[in-house]
Ligand binder design. Structure first.
Ligand SMILES: [Zn+2]
Length: 310
């Protein structure tokens, strides 16, 4: 089942040719989640051929315009498209007010239920869960309260051993996948470990934008499979990064290395860098498994299939 991130925008606050501001689309077991929604997100979604009405949840990290100014347009399109399904939005406390005033001014009464919840500026608060994933908060260090998001896949069921399938009656398969021993009508009991392999380890993704270098995050994102970390500046601009509470590419790589993550995706590039490879080059010596989160590209987290002992 899918666990993947599609980059819709990688720009920072000022417009840059060929880059859109922050937005990402997550597909987790065919459920779609939007993370940040800068201007132009609708156009990016169209390019990616995404049906807007499939998006069930939206997570907004903070109230800087390059992270949420596309949201009103998206809500409006969902309304015009006749959406009826509920939409859940998680974001800063001010977000509700900003949306309400715009709906009121245009006398728009949305056809679909819009549920806006506050994402607190703290670590580890559970925001959302569905059968496949749980989402919790990360406390980032920026000029205004900014919350990152940690997506953790729910634990999988145990995997049936193909060669033993014939021994497991259909009615008992779910129980066996849940870890129970098999009780047959004749009284025989077959131990679960004879019939199954361990479940696949759950996958995880952390979204950290915008933030200064924040080693206090390490304990909260340790070991995630994929980390998105902003990299607004190069090391030559480290002073500016600290002043504006952003990170350099090197600092992003240090966080990835120290949190022992699987892979690092860099984004939120300042418009001064026409070519973002200069940022990648600063990160690679510190954390080799780094990639640029190029717009339109999809980054998959594959299931980790452990070596099986039979
Ligand atoms: Zn910001």
């Amino acid at each position: 089942m899918r666990f993947e991130v599609t980059t819709l925008g990688t720009g920072a606050a000022l417009p840059a040719r060929g880059r859109f501001p922050s937005a990402q689309l997550l597909n987790i077991h065919e459920r779609l989640h939007l993370v940040d929604c800068g201007e132009g997100t609708q156009e990016r979604l169209r390019q990616a051929e995404v049906n807007f009405n499939r998006i069930g949840t939206v997570f907004i990290s903070h109230m800087h315009g390059d992270h949420y100014l596309g949201l009103m347009g998206l809500l409006s399109t969902m309304h015009l498209n006749g959406r009826l399904d509920e939409l859940l939005v998680y974001g800063p406390p001010e977000l509700r007010e900003v949306i309400d005033v715009q709906l009121r001014a245009s006398r728009t009464f949305l056809r679909f239920p819009l549920r806006i919840h506050v994402a607190p500026h703290e670590n580890g608060t559970k925001l959302f869960e569905d059968p496949y994933v749980q989402v919790s908060t990360l406390r980032l260090d920026h000029r205004i309260p900014t919350t990152g998001f940690l997506f953790r896949e729910k634990p999988h069921q145990r995997r049936l051993r193909q060669e033993r399938l014939v021994d497991i009656p259909h009615y008992a398969r779910n129980a066996v996948k849940c870890g129970e021993d098999l009780h047959l009508p004749d009284g025989t009991v077959v131990a679960n470990e004879e019939l199954t392999f361990d479940p696949l380890p759950p996958r995880s993704y952390a979204y950290c934008s915008d933030t200064a270098y924040a080693p206090e995050l390490l304990d909260h994102i340790r070991g995630v499979d994929l980390l998105y970390h902003e990299a607004t500046f190069t090391e030559a601009m480290a002073g500016r990064a600290s002043e504006t509470r952003h990170s350099t590419a090197k600092q992003a790589a240090m966080i990835a290395r120290d949190a022992v993550v699987g892979r690092l995706l860099l984004g939120h590039f300042s418009s001064r860098y026409k070519n973002s490879t200069v940022l990648l080059e600063e990160a690679l010596p510190i954390f080799p498994r780094t990639q640029l989160s190029n717009e339109g590209e999809t980054f998959r987290i594959e299931p980790h299939i452990p070596v099986q002992r039979t």
